[in-house]
Design a protein around this ligand. Structure first.
Ligand code: MLT
Length: 318
């Protein structure tokens, strides 16, 4: 039987037994930020389906590209997977001429884990009361403003560059190893503003420890019904959303990726997992949006979308 399938006994046993030990999920940013939060929520349920623990390893640096490079180069045995996102697999190629992975060619896509709308947030005592005021104030005071982000090529960086380019401002950009630590500084008031994924900032907006000016999606989020959309608040051309998705190294066998795809699908069908993501403002991908093929197409379209936007905005890794 094994011979008929063209597998060596060892390989067949290894695949049949998968997963026989814990799986490492590389999160390419600091713990506590949006990528980490999505990875831990989804990974918890996937661990139950797979019968093995998914252990998150935070490998931060270079806007997420350090961790994703490590993941792309890992052995394709199903024991190393990674949580990538719109930055690592959409924006980064435009900003790193020597990027050591091709988002569209060097991965076995597993599936989309969550859509994450972008929100314009600021420290609590930032003077403007609403988005129109934010626009005026930022234009008048750009030189003394500090905008936080999670490294060149990250979601907060790319979406921030886009906002700054629409406003025609050049604030000082302050890089962190993730928007988890950036949010701490925003709460402390040592940086002024950032554009971040809702799953990171929703609890602090609800608690009133930071200010939210607008959500950059066509509709408001049920998690933050009082936050207006950018269109409602007077900045209709700033519409941008992010996403987080699981990838395996390209050489991972199909039998193994199929188990990961199934575990992700079950996690996203699980009521408690969905509730935890939705409470943070995450958007649950539909059955068709969460397939490996749909993710492959999304990556290709995101690279095509972000490359001209970032080039036009004059963004570089330097
Ligand atoms: C980003 O801006 O790319 C993310 O917020 C990174 C993170 O998970 O901290």
């Amino acid at each position: 039987m094994v011979a008929a399938l063209g597998l060596s006994t060892g390989a067949a046993q290894a695949q049949g037994a998968y997963p026989a030990r814990p799986i490492t999920m590389i999160v390419p940013f600091a713990a506590g930020g949006p990528t980490d939060v999505v990875a831990r929520i989804v990974g918890e349920h996937m661990s139950r389906t797979l019968g093995q623990q998914i252990v998150v390893e935070n490998v931060a640096g270079a806007g997420g590209t350090t961790g994703i490079t490590r993941g792309a180069q890992a052995q394709g045995d199903g024991y190393t997977i990674m949580m990538g996102h719109m930055g690592t697999h959409g924006a980064a190629p435009a900003l790193y001429p020597n990027l050591r992975y091709d988002p569209a060619k060097d991965f076995a896509p597993i599936g989309l884990a969550a859509g994450t709308p972008i929100i314009i947030v600021a420290k609590k005592d930032f003077p403007p009361a609403d988005l129109k005021g934010f626009v005026e104030y930022s234009k008048a005071n750009a030189a003394k403003l500090n905008g936080a982000h999670a490294g060149v090529g990250s979601v907060s960086h790319s979406t921030g560059v886009l906002l700054n380019s629409i406003l025609g401002i050049k604030p000082t950009l302050v890089a962190y190893r993730g928007t988890g630590p950036a949010l701490n500084d925003l709460m402390a008031g040592t940086v002024d503003f950032m554009t971040d994924q809702i799953v990171n900032v929703a609890p602090q907006i609800q608690a009133g420890t930071i200010k939210a000016y607008a959500i950059a999606t066509p509709e408001r989020s049920p998690a933050l019904p009082d936050v207006p959309t950018t269109k409602e608040a007077g900045l209709p051309n700033y519409e941008v959303s992010a996403w987080n998705a699981i990838f395996a190294p390209k050489s991972t066998p199909k039998e193994v990726t199929a188990k990961l795809v199934d575990a992700l699908d079950k996690a996203l069908d699980d009521e408690n997992t969905r509730k935890r993501l939705v409470e943070l403002g995450g958007v649950i991908p539909s059955k068709t949006e969460r397939t490996p093929d749909a993710l492959q197409k999304l990556v290709e379209s995101e690279v095509a979308r972000w490359t001209p936007v970032l080039k036009e905005a004059g963004a570089t890794a330097q």
